[in-house]
Each structure stands twice: as structure tokens, then as C-alpha cells.
Design a protein around this ligand. Structure first.
Ligand code: AKB
Length: 323
């Protein structure tokens, strides 16, 4: 990717991924070249308030246009969006933010020759998709508003690439496990909550069934995947967009086994949330990410055991608790 000296814009920078992607990009290309933005303002003690930060609503074309021109933006990481569970509570908001936001970002990218990263999701698949080793190219008939916006987003990114030559790239991300910022209302949030509860209370009540198998990935792998894809040689990218990526395929019953190796007294019980269970039951149980491996060298560094050990240690330190 050649963005020369133009700056990078990250939307939704205060969210789970943005909170860690912004510092990673600042470390890589220099703090003066990364503009963080969100519809919220960062807290004064947030590391994001130290560098360039813009308050922006991604559904407002003029605001994005103005920001991109003022800062001479050459690459946009468009992370602003509504997740799956919140989307079912507020379908109209999910459509406006996810589709309206992406469409406006694509338009600004087209007019200002920006490259674009768009995060799709395992939520882009539905109950009729093969659920084991879900192929890169397969049936996508999601039944959530979130999934519908993700499939439409994948197609819109492909359209802008083909029709207007916009360099759009993207990943189908699984549930992301991280200790800096919480996820904001997804179906896979249990896999983050469980660590907070293990450290604070030694017990957790899970909202998904014990045998609900879903793909997950630790944040350091997620950051590496995003940056590697954006830096990959374009000629190698046959798909460009919506690459399946995964690091582990786990259930709420397997995660406590890994946690108990560090917190032996940890216990889990279950109170099922029917909405999130139905969403999870419509998603893949494991993704086939061979296209990402072949086209831009994707390989995760953290499996369940390595992620659990690192996550517990760093989260305990952050929360000021003993393990
Ligand atoms: C969610 O659960 O909504 C997200 C996702 C898998 O896209 N974490």
C-alpha cells in the first residue's frame, strides 16, 4: 500500500479495536500521521487524547469530507459501527450507522483517493451457510440486521473497487478478545466478560450455551492481521475484501478449562439469552481462512492457551487485582 506521506484516519477509534489499533499505527508510522476519530470524545486520561483526535459522525458526509481534506488523509480504517446484539435492539440505528456510514466513507474515499479498511464479521454468514470450516466463498444469507449490513458492506466495497478503482480491503473478523477497551454489545462479548469476572469474582454466568462453538481471536493477532492486509501487495489479493480469518474455535465450556489452569477456583454457570443464542446458532462454528493464509501470509500467534495466559496476566495488572 502506498499512502506516501498522507495521514491515516481511524473512525470508531474509542471502540474495542480502535483503542488498540490507533496506538499500533502511531507506533508504526509516527503519531503525527494518525488521526483518531469517534462520535464520542476521549477521556482526558485516554492515550487517544494525546494525539490528533477529531469528533466526527460518520453518517454526516460533510464532516468526513472536511476532516479528510483538512488532514490530507490517504487511508481510512473505518471501524465505526453497531455490533450484532445491539443491532437487534436498534435495527434502524444499525442500518443508518453501518450502511449509511460505510457508504459515505466510500464516497469520500473515492473522491479523495483514499485506501479503505472495512471490518466484516463471522456475522456476515447465516444458518444456511456450511457451519464447519466455512469456506471463503459460500452462501451468505444472514438473519440479523448486523449481518445484513456486513454482507452489503462487503459487496459495496467490492463494487467501489471494481467500478471506481478504490483500494478497499477487509477481514471477516471473529469474536475479538482484548483487555484494553470492552466490546460494545456483540454476541461474542462473553469471551471478554468471562476474564473480567474470573479476576474479580472467580465466577461467571454465561449468556450462551456451554457447547456454542464460535471463532475467536486475541487482539494482538487482530492488529497484525489488519496491518498485514493493508500492507500486502495488491497483485497478491484475489479477494481484496472480506477475508475469513480465525485463530481459535472455542466454546463457553472450553474457555473455563483454560482459565482454571491459572485460577483453579473459577466456576461458570449459564443463563441463556435467547436473542444472542439464536444469533450465535446462525453463525459458523469454524472458519476456513486458507485464502488469507495463501494471499497475504496470515498466521495467528495465539491459540486458546497462549491467549488465556496473556489475557489474565495483563487484565489483572490493569484492574489492579491479584490473579
Ligand atoms: C459481535 O459479536 O457482534 C462481533 C462480531 C463477531 O462481529 N464481535
Amino acid at each position: 500500500m502506498d499512502v506516501n506521506d498522507r495521514r491515516i484516519l481511524v473512525t470508531g477509534a474509542l471502540g474495542q479495536i480502535g483503542s488498540e489499533l490507533v496506538p499500533a499505527l502511531r507506533a508504526r508510522v509516527g503519531p503525527a500521521r494518525v488521526v483518531a476519530s469517534d462520535i464520542r470524545m476521549p477521556r482526558p486520561d485516554s492515550p487517544l487524547s494525546e494525539g490528533l483526535f477529531e469528533h466526527v459522525d460518520c453518517t454526516e458526509l460533510r464532516q468526513i469530507q472536511d476532516l479528510v481534506r483538512r488532514h490530507d488523509i490517504g487511508a481510512i480504517y473505518h471501524l465505526a459501527g453497531v455490533l450484532s446484539a445491539v443491532g437487534e435492539d436498534w435495527p434502524h440505528v444499525a442500518w443508518d450507522v453501518n450502511m449509511g456510514g460505510l457508504y459515505r466513507i466510500l464516497e469520500v474515499a473515492r473522491q479523495n483517493r483514499c485506501v479503505l479498511f472495512f471490518p466484516s464479521s463471522i456475522g456476515a454468514f447465516g444458518p444456511t451457510t456450511p457451519r464447519e470450516r466455512t469456506p471463503q466463498d459460500t452462501l451468505q444469507r444472514p438473519q440479523t440486521i448486523y449481518g445484513i449490513t456486513k454482507v452489503a458492506g462487503e459487496l459495496l466495497c467490492d463494487y467501489y473497487a471494481r467500478r471506481f478503482g478504490v483500494d478497499t480491503r477487509g477481514l471477516r473478523l471473529p469474536g475479538i478478545i482484548s483487555y484494553v477497551a470492552p466490546p460494545g454489545g456483540g454476541t461474542t462479548d462473553y469471551a471478554v466478560e468471562i476474564f473480567h469476572h474470573a479476576i474479580r469474582y472467580r465466577r461467571y454466568t454465561c449468556f450462551l450455551r456451554a457447547d456454542t462453538r464460535l471463532d475467536m481471536m486475541y487482539m494482538p493477532d487482530t492488529l497484525r492481521a489488519i496491518i498485514a492486509l493493508m500492507e500486502a501487495e495488491p497483485v497478491r489479493l484475489h479477494h481484496r475484501n472480506a477475508f475469513n480469518v480465525t485463530a481459535m474455535s472455542i466454546t463457553p465450556a472450553e474457555l473455563p478449562q483454560a482459565i482454571r489452569r491459572h485460577v483453579p477456583e473459577f466456576v461458570i454457570d449459564y443463563r441463556i439469552d435467547p436473542v444472542r443464542q439464536a444469533i450465535a446458532d446462525s453463525w459458523p462454528r469454524s472458519l476456513d481462512d486458507s485464502a488469507a493464509r495463501a494471499q497475504w501470509g496470515w498466521a495467528p500467534a495465539y491459540d486458546l492457551e497462549a491467549m488465556t495466559a496473556d489475557m489474565l496476566e495483563r487484565l489483572a495488572e490493569r484492574l489492579g487485582n491479584e490473579l
